[in-house]
Write a protein that binds this ligand. Structure first.
Ligand SMILES: [Mn+2]
Length: 466
């Protein structure tokens, strides 16, 4: 948690940006797993609520009446039975005071706030809820069915929240650096433990445990798989096999809910084969290329396509692709190998603010998403970079057997792809290398003072010596 002044300043700026009306930010509630008292753990507060109100407790809402300049923390104090089971917690009044909020109200009064606003014809600004209980609560408060809540969410509030949360302040960058330090420990632990015969689950569990042991949680479900070609493959009970690659995509989320997100791909036996190195070195070059070209004023979509161009040229050298590279990219041929975008915004959410809808976060009037082309439609971040943005740089090359079969059968992009050659890679898996970039005044830099090894020589040396 930052100082009280940080939250006061953020709410002040939010009021200025939204202009008038009443802002309601719903916090999250505990989320039942298999029965009401067995909630998913750890509790995760809503990031926008945290950004403006800073409080980790469940069952709260923040209300800002811009016109009356009145801020209220809405929530119920716990009773003696809760104290017996969970211990004492601060009162809602104390929680409010800790972040400079002057007023409190019990949860039942949230309905009065909505009713009164409606009676007076005032605007209530809220964000699009993504949790079902909050959708129901909003249904109760507004009468708007969950199916129509996305359309009824306040664009003025969304735009203001995105504008503020997109630019990371020095104290946020410090927190992201802390997340990266834990991420480094997670990834190097996985590298150290990787060897033939160990299960993917074992390594995945150890990686998660590293995060938990530093008071953090994982910023998303850890990916550790020999099937790197499955974008979000969960660790399985399969044993690691000599000769294969393991892909680890994992990140930490600090106690203050700032994230890291890194990916490494390394040989189970500690030595890349010639065939693995040929593909790996392309991904490595693409990853480093983004670092050279990302800077304020540059569209991340252009960085994405610069990387795709480099990748396609190199795949042509290997005999997997052919034809004019620009034409191939226009046709979307590169997406056979790279069916996702170069990266996404990162901050308090690992896909930062994705709940506010990608078009509001990764795009703007100048840069619209390209939705009619497979692969490019998965680009989450396209807009012009600004100082203080944090984006991931995560190129990859994947050989997805079902996709290869599908494209070959239909002849899709056949003029740009050597399917006979590509088919010999169906047992290859996939490679991704990912780091987090902070856009600086004149360029960008990686977050995290220690680089998780990724140059092949460094990876092999690390695996041999640890
Ligand atoms: Mn990522």
């Amino acid at each position: 948690m930052f100082s009280k002044e940080t939250y006061i300043q953020r709410r002040k700026e939010l009021k200025r940006l939204v202009g008038s009306g009443i802002i309601v930010l719903l916090g999250n509630n505990e989320s039942p797993c298999n029965y009401p008292n067995n909630a998913y753990y750890p509790f995760r507060q809503d990031s926008s609520f945290l950004y403006f109100f800073g409080i980790q407790r469940d069952g709260l809402a923040g209300v800002i009446d811009i016109d009356a300049d009145r801020e209220t923390l809405v929530g119920d104090d716990i009773d003696i039975e809760d104290i017996v089971w969970y211990g004492s917690v601060d009162s809602v009044r104390d929680l409010a005071a800790s972040v400079g909020v002057g007023h409190t109200a019990p949860m039942r009064q949230l309905r009065d706030i909505f009713d009164e606003a409606k009676a007076k014809g005032r605007t209530v600004h809220y964000l699009n809820p993504y949790r079902y209980d909050n959708k129901l609560q909003l249904f109760d408060l507004t009468g708007i069915h969950p199916d129509r809540q996305k359309a009824s969410a306040s664009m003025a509030l969304i735009k203001a929240v995105v504008k503020m949360r997109s630019v990371k302040t020095p104290e946020e960058i410090e927190e992201l650096e802390r997340a990266a330090e834990i991420g480094y420990k997670m990834h190097t632990t996985a590298m150290r433990l990787t060897k033939p015969g160990v299960t993917e689950k074992y390594i995945g569990g150890q990686v998660d445990g590293v995060a938990h042991s530093y008071g953090a949680q994982v910023s998303f479900a850890t990916i550790f798989s020999q099937h790197g070609e499955i974008m979000h493959g969960s660790p399985s009970m399969a044993k690691l096999e000599d000769g294969r690659l393991a892909l680890c995509d994992a990140g930490a989320e600090t106690v203050n809910n700032y994230c890291s997100d890194n990916t490494r791909t390394y040989p189970v036996n500690g030595r890349y084969s010639q065939r693995q190195l040929e593909i790996y070195s392309i991904v490595e070059a693409c990853h480093d290329h983004a670092l050279q070209v990302a800077r304020p004023g540059v569209k991340y979509m252009d960085v994405h396509f610069a990387v795709c161009r480099m990748m396609f040229d190199r795949l042509k050298e290997l005999g997997l692709a052919k034809g004019d590279t620009d034409e191939a990219l226009s046709a979307g041929a590169h997406a056979l190998f790279l069916p996702h975008g170069l990266g996404h915004m990162m901050g308090m959410d690992v896909h930062d603010m994705e709940g506010l809808d990608q078009i509001n976060v990764g795009f703007d009037e100048q840069t619209r998403p390209i939705l009619d082309q497979f692969g490019t439609n998965a680009l989450r971040m396209g807009r012009r970079l600004e100082e203080g943005f944090v984006v991931t740089d995560e190129p990859g090359i994947y050989f997805i057997p079902a996709l290869i079969d599908n494209w070959k059968a239909s002849g899709h992009c056949a003029e740009f792809l050597n399917f006979d050659q590509i088919e010999t890679y169906k047992d290859f898996g996939g490679i991704r290398i990912e780091d987090d970039l902070l856009i600086t005044a004149d360029g960008c830099r990686f977050i995290g003072k220690d680089r998780i090894p990724y140059h092949p020589k460094d990876v092999e040396a690390f695996m041999a010596n640890n």
